[in-house]
Structures are given as structure tokens and as C-alpha cells.
Design a protein around this ligand. Structure first.
Ligand SMILES: [Zn+2]
Length: 188
């Protein structure tokens, strides 16, 4: 396909001639043509692609020229398949049949195979304290483990710090009924 550039020719709809005619490209924004000059009437105007794309003129006079719309976007990369194959390959040497169901109370080691109720079969790739990374077919997750005998963890609670309102250096205005921004937070 021919790459369009400033100074080149392009078929565009001329707003004056009301026809799709050869135009000279005057300006481009990225790969898109921004401004063109009609080779017939020499008029500058914004580039307009195929006729009738947006504001179709009411009197559609067919000029007989077919708009060139050969769009060949080849985005046929299949890298998702490769991940699946490698996942299967990595899983192949592991004891999938005896893979235990994941439980945060158990403790797992690297290369351990697990069954997760949501993500399916996965294998542990890294262990960091009470967390571990596990690779599933579709995703890599970080899960917790080793929570078996631990007592119920209390969430760290920090009492809300009361914002000390300074001395009344802010004069009270007459607009008293404004919505109070610093309404007292109800601690329930
Ligand atoms: Zn023209």
C-alpha cells in the first residue's frame, strides 16, 4: 500500500466541486491527512475521505468513482496460545492428579500444584512469607497460606485523629447555612 505524505496525491471529496477528485496533500496529522488542495479548483479545505461518510449532501450526484477502502489490518498474532502451551508443558511434569484443593490454612512450597475453585489448576512459583505466587492457566495470582493455627487477626485499629481547630481566626460569615464540610463523623 502506498504511504501518503505531504505533497502526494489523494482522492478526496472536494467541497466546492462536490466531487471526489484528485487532491494534493497539504498537511498531515500523524498518518491521517488533515488538509488537501483540490487539483481541479485549487481550493484548500480539510481532508474528507469517502463521500457521504458524515454529512452526505442531499443531492447525491454519483461521480462514478468508487471510494478506495482497502483496509488490510493484519493483527493475527496468537500469543495467547503460546502461554497455554507453556502452561501445559510446565504442568506436565507435576502431580496434577493428586493436587490438593487450595486452602489458606495449608502451607505450600514452590512447584506445588493446587486446585483452585475459581482458577483451576495452578502451580506455585514463589513463596513470600504468608503469601505465594501461583500461575494458573489464565492468570497469575498471589494467594495467602499458612493461616492454619494462627489466631484470628485483629485488624489494626487506629482511632481517628481529631483535627484540632485552631483559634477562631476565620471570621464567621453570615452564610451560616452552607453545608458543613467538617461535620462530626459518627463513630458507630
Ligand atoms: Zn475542487
Amino acid at each position: 500500500m502506498a504511504t501518503q505524505k505531504v505533497g502526494g496525491e489523494v482522492d478526496a471529496y472536494c467541497t466546492r466541486c462536490k466531487l471526489t477528485l484528485a487532491h494534493t496533500i497539504l498537511a498531515m496529522v500523524g498518518t491521517k491527512i488533515a488538509r488537501v488542495r483540490c487539483n481541479t479548483c485549487n481550493g484548500d479545505h480539510a481532508y474528507r475521505g469517502a463521500p457521504g461518510a458524515t454529512d452526505r449532501p442531499t443531492s447525491s450526484s454519483s461521480s462514478g468513482s468508487t471510494p478506495r477502502a482497502s483496509r488490510s489490518s493484519s493483527s493475527g498474532t496468537t500469543k495467547a496460545e503460546k502461554i497455554i502451551i507453556s502452561f501445559e508443558e510446565q504442568l506436565a511434569g507435576k502431580d496434577v492428579a493428586n493436587a490438593p484443593r487450595y486452602s489458606p490454612k495449608d502451607t505450600y512450597a514452590v512447584d506445588q500444584v493446587l486446585q483452585h475453585p475459581t482458577f483451576g489448576v495452578g502451580f506455585v512459583t514463589a513463596v513470600r512469607g504468608d503469601k505465594f505466587d501461583i500461575t494458573f492457566r489464565t492468570d497469575t495470582k498471589t494467594l495467602v497460606h499458612g493461616r492454619g493455627g494462627a489466631p484470628t487477626e485483629k485488624p489494626a485499629f487506629s482511632p481517628p485523629v481529631r483535627q484540632a481547630t485552631g483559634p477562631a481566626d476565620k471570621p464567621q460569615t453570615a452564610a451560616a447555612d452552607a453545608p458543613a464540610e467538617d461535620a462530626p463523623v459518627s463513630e458507630g
